[in-house]
Design a protein around this ligand. Structure first.
Ligand code: GLC
Length: 737
């Protein structure tokens, strides 16, 4: 037995680099260089390997230093156990990174991201991401595979639910807000410990899938890629996102996961990104399906040389990189660069100093009331009032009887939406529960399911009709199941599933005053309802505080202020349909020989940016003034907005521009600024925006990012379809060219 002093010395030596990092206050890059110099090729490739879930094989890999990250392992106990194998039993004690899809909450489930975008409130969404990070961190998670920042113009695509809709500018503001919320503040290059490393995904243009079919081919121009799909990723990178995830899809013949143009030229050379890129699930091996690689080894070579640093569950890197290095196809230097990036993020996250999570923290972090309150506020602000004919809403709490009808009225699970992490369905406040609580025990609230979400049974119609005939008002809650959107959930129609629309018609036929509430993960083509039902409230999938948020709005305790982040089509036949489209040589008009359908109006059912309030707002006095000569040119755009109703409420004031003529065609409108303002009844406020040449830039025919002289039209208003209009002239001197 060694004397005590020697035992201590051996213990210190055994902890080796971990202790060394503890005591090591050298710059992170120097520490990485030291560590790299000690690593074997197998240990390096281990860092590039990610495994899902934990089993004996996973524990063995962790113990041997042959895995760098796990996903889908949660809980302080579970993560600490695995971490202990890596930190205390491996030769170099490199800690593991634990990742999970914390998309819109961990235990406190917020509205789905598409709904969060409908708040048009980046600061609020930042707070929601921060709460998600605090809850997930306490469960041992270091890294979230979020924000999903894919622009979506095709509502058939199920993953439209996970992003921020169709607009690059709104999408970019939401992306940066979520990165800030997840990661917290970075001090001296170190991430805030009780937070999550963000992962902007899916790089890139995953939402451009033909036919809205998930994983399908994307074939878009370089200009559309740069101007529509890339801005939210660039915003996430500039906000400091530590990682990105590569997309499944190809773009114009090159799979994203094998694209050096995307992963190196754009991401690193142009944007200066120094974090790491993880592939999507098995996406490196899927290069074989794409046909851009003939063998698994070729797939590995292609992905690594493109700039994919970590292989999510595909096993291509651990199985084939040793051979590729041996044969000289891949240099150790390429491997070292990817390892460096991963170690850089682990060190920025402080994992070497604090690899474990205090299990007591997890016990203390249940579904806190304060978190629920924020979830309720986000949910209320995400609801979009689409119609309110005759001001049927808000309902009065003095109402003596109410029928709550439909398959989603008393449904816990569907309200959470897709990617609900550690959310628990039985913690959801259902709409029925929320309405009953608001009305109190004296009110007669009748619940009738009426029908299922899917299927053609009409057996429940009679009960629903009977309920509708005996009440003052009826609330119909219809829409989609959570599994009808999200990943691998593209639909060929945007109609309400099953016989739900027939149920709405049957209740409508009773003549009862009625409100339709839509619970869905994508725009729906609810043409009949929009024409016949007096009030429609889009609630998306509002999360754990669903029933409270709906009741707050339905009974007027909260004035709805959400705006659509995505266009609602009249029919799936119009898709893709989005506001920032091109004018074409024959824009739609009454003239037959123009770009339109002969059987449908060319306008959407509800436009991007649209949303009503219980009050009304009036816009006036649009002014556009140019900044002083010689200085950095900028234009100040002001407008007066007045609350002309009897209730206080928020208005999201939106500013759009059009470059009326340029060397390439420009969209008929582009959102460039927005601001949410609260206004008391009768209050008027001047809203002031500044436009700089940066807001006017586009890619010319040589794919150079430029501003060109000419006339610009400006709109300031309540949606993409309405507003005050003005113009300004950009002269050649303005943009310095
Ligand atoms: C899935 C998704 C991706 C997710 C990953 C890990 O296939 O495409 O968004 O983060 O796998 O769950």
């Amino acid at each position: 037995m060694l004397p005590p002093i020697l035992r201590v010395a051996c213990a210190v030596a055994a902890l080796g680099p971990a202790l060394a990092c503890l005591a090591d206050d050298r710059p992170i890059e120097e520490q990485i260089t030291t560590l790299l110099g000690r690593m074997t090729l197998e240990e390096k490739i281990g860092q590039l390997t990610q495994v899902s879930g934990v089993d004996d094989e996973g524990r063995k890999l962790a113990r041997e230093g042959r895995v760098g990250s796990f996903l889908n392992v949660t809980g302080a106990t579970e993560t600490n156990e695995l971490q202990k194998l890596a930190v205390e039993e491996t030769r170099l004690h490199i800690p593991l990174l634990f990742g999970l899809d914390v998309i819109h909450g961990f235990r406190t489930i917020f509205p789905i991201p598409l709904a969060e975008a409908a708040t048009w409130d980046p600061e609020l969404i930042e707070m929601a991401a921060q709460i998600a990070a605090i809850e997930a961190w306490s469960a041992g998670i270091h890294w979230t595979f979020a924000p999903m920042v894919d622009i979506a113009r095709d509502a058939r695509w199920g993953r439209i639910a996970e992003g921020s809709g169709e607009d690059p500018y709104l999408g970019a503001r939401m992306a940066e807000a979520r990165v800030r919320g997840f990661q917290g503040t970075t001090t001296d290059g170190r991430y805030q410990p009780e937070r999550l490393i963000a992962c902007a995904k899916h790089f890139a243009a995953y939402g451009g899938a033909e036919g809205g079919r998930d994983y399908n081919t994307v074939d878009i121009s370089g200009r559309t890629l740069r101007e529509v799909y890339l801005p939210p990723f660039e915003a996430a990178v500039r906000a400091g996102a530590g990682t990105l995830m590569s997309a499944f899809n190809e773009i114009g013949g090159v799979p994203a996961t094998g694209s050096r143009f995307l992963m190196t030229q754009v991401l690193r050379d142009e944007w200066g990104f120094d974090g790491f890129v993880v592939s999507d699930w098995n996406a490196i091996r899927e290069l074989l399906n794409h046909g851009s690689a003939a063998t698994p080894a070729e797939a590995g070579e292609q992905a690594l040389l493109a700039g994919i640093d970590m292989d999510m569950v595909g096993k291509i890197y651990p199985e084939h990189l040793p051979g590729l290095v041996e044969s000289g196809r891949i240099s150790q230097a390429v491997i070292d660069e990817s390892v460096r990036r991963i170690l850089r993020i682990k060190m920025r996250r402080g994992l070497f100093e604090k690899p474990y999570v205090d299990s007591q923290v997890e016990k203390d972090a249940p579904l806190r009331p304060s978190h629920r309150q924020v979830a309720r506020d986000v949910a209320r602000r995400s609801l979009v009032l689409l119609k309110n004919q005759g001001k049927i809403l808000p309902l009065h709490k003095s109402i003596s009887s109410l029928a709550v009808i439909g398959p989603l009225a008393d449904n816990w699970a569907e309200a959470l939406g897709s990617w609900a992490a550690a959310g628990k369905a039985d913690e959801v406040i259902t709409i029925l529960e929320g309405l009953r609580k608001s009305l109190g025990p004296g009110a007669n609230v009748i619940h009738a399911r009426g029908c299922e979400i899917e299927g053609d049974s009409r057996e429940g119609f009679d009960e629903a009709i009977a309920a509708a005939k005996q009440v003052d008002a009826a609330v119909l809650v219809v829409g989609e199941a959570a599994g009808m959107s999200g990943e691998a959930a593209s639909r060929s129609t945007l109609d309400l599933p099953g016989v739900q629309e027939e149920l709405v018609k049957a209740v409508h036929a009773t003549g009862v005053p009625m409100i339709v509430i839509l619970m869905n993960g994508r725009p729906l083509s609810i043409r009949w309802i929009a024409e016949h039902v007096p009030a429609i409230l889009e609630i998306w999938q509002p999360g754990v505080e669903c029933g409270h948020a709906v009741a707050d709005v339905l009974f007027g305790d909260f004035n709805p202020c959400g705006k659509l982040p995505v266009t609602f089509p009249r029919s799936v036949g119009q898709v893709p349909i989005y506001y920032n489209h091109k004018n074409t040589g024959r824009p739609p008009s009454a003239d037959k020989w123009t770009s339109k359908y002969i059987d449908l109006p060319s306008t959407p059912l509800f436009p991007f940016g649209f949303g009503l309030s219980y009050t009304t707002f009036e816009y006036s006095n649009l002014q556009i003034s140019a900044g002083n000569e010689g200085e950095q040119r900028e234009w100040t755009v002001t407008a007066d907005v007045k609350n002309t109703g009897e209730r206080g409420g928020d208005e999201v004031v939106q500013l759009y521009i059009r470059d009326d003529a340029a060397s390439v065609t420009r969209p008929v409108k582009e959102l460039k600024r927005f601001r949410r303002i609260p206004l008391r009844p009768g209050e008027s406020r001047e809203v002031r925006f500044t436009l700089t040449p940066e807001h006017l830039m586009f890619y010319n025919q040589r794919m150079e990012r430029v501003v060109e002289p000419g006339r610009f039209t400006v709109w300031v208003g309540p949606s993409s379809a309405d507003g005050l209009q003005g113009t300004f002239e950009l002269t050649t001197t303005d943009n310095g060219s």
